[in-house]
Design a protein around this ligand. Structure first.
Ligand SMILES: N[C@@H](CCC(=O)N[C@@H](CS)C(=O)NCC(=O)O)C(=O)O
Length: 280
């Protein structure tokens, strides 16, 4: 029998004590800005406000892929939003993302500037704007969007569920770890079965569905997320490992995954990117 602390919920929940765990100083039950501060602006058409987490990396990988294709309009400034310090609650950030989460994009090449929030919406916006990494054929496009939206719905169980209770919660509790380990293994099996007959998630072409899924499920099976490789037996999802290893080799992925990263080995950190040379 596991030792568990039982909790009897009160009639009405109130925010009366710190939640504990890694994110206790940023979690709040209310939305909106906590302080008045504008966002910085760089010189490029695209202004990205983000951090090098899996959701942030999706966008910097796509931008680096677009630049590698020669799409000059995809030049971008990537400003670091230090979410551990509450910078996602500044008035400037809330103006472009009322949900106060990275990543958020401002396209200043349109008049007026276009704000885009939610990483899936940003990937779709950029793919449509630059006519790349999104199939044109209606059926192929539907398959791509299905795997893109699958990721948006599935990954919170991996990050907010499994990752939170396995790696970040102040105590290890069997019930939530069990529940989310089960779901994450099921998701890995979904991907593995799909990739058993396809090179990429939607077929022969690499596109925004792969770019969205890679930083979560690719990093997980390559042992770069939550130190959970052994616990989840990630090596058994052979097709996912093969897919992730191939994507990891792409030069744009190698570049994009370093942007807005302000932790880890020095050579992998590029807290802000304002020029291609920042990554060379
Ligand atoms: N569904 C959102 C999720 C974004 C998200 O959860 N971002 C996290 C970092 S990966 C964040 O900004 N957390 C700060 C907070 O919750 O205050 C997306 O895909 O853009």
């Amino acid at each position: 029998m596991t030792d568990t602390t039982y909790y009897t919920p009160p009639k009405v929940w109130t925010w009366d004590k710190p939640s504990g765990g890694k994110f206790e100083n940023i979690n709040r039950p209310v939305a909106g800005a906590t302080h008045d501060k504008g966002l910085p602006r760089g010189k490029h058409p695209l202004q990205l406000y983000s951090r090098g987490t899996p959701n942030g990396v999706k966008i910097t990988v796509l931008l680096e892929e677009l630049l590698a294709l020669g799409k000059q309009g995809a030049e971008y400034d990537a400003f670091l939003i230090n979410i551990n310090e509450g910078e996602q609650f500044s008035s400037g950030f809330v103006e472009i993302n009322p949900n106060s989460k990275i990543p958020a994009l401002l396209d200043v090449s349109t008049s007026p500037p276009t704000r885009v929030f939610e990483s899936g919406a940003i990937l779709l916006y950029l793919a449509e704007k630059f006519d790349a990494f999104l199939p044109k054929d209606l059926s192929a496009r539907a398959e791509c969007l299905s795997w893109l939206f699958w990721q948006m719905g599935a990954a919170p169980f991996l990050g907010g569920g499994f990752g939170h209770f396995y790696a970040y919660a102040p105590e290890k509790l069997e019930y939530p770890i069990n529940r989310y380990a089960m779901e994450v293994k099921r998701q890995l099996h979904v991907l593995d079965r799909n990739l058993s007959s396809r090179r990429y998630l939607c077929g022969d072409e690499y596109n925004i569905a792969d770019i969205a899924n890679f930083p979560w499920y690719g990093n997980l099976v390559l042992g770069k997320l939550y130190s959970a490789s052994e616990f989840l037996d990630v090596a058994s999802y052979k097709h996912v490992v093969r897919w992730a290893s191939e994507i990891m080799e792409r030069p744009a992925v190698q570049r994009g995954r370093r942007v807005n990263r302000n932790w880890g080995p020095e050579e992998e950190r590029v807290p802000e990117r304002h020029d291609a040379k920042d990554l060379d």
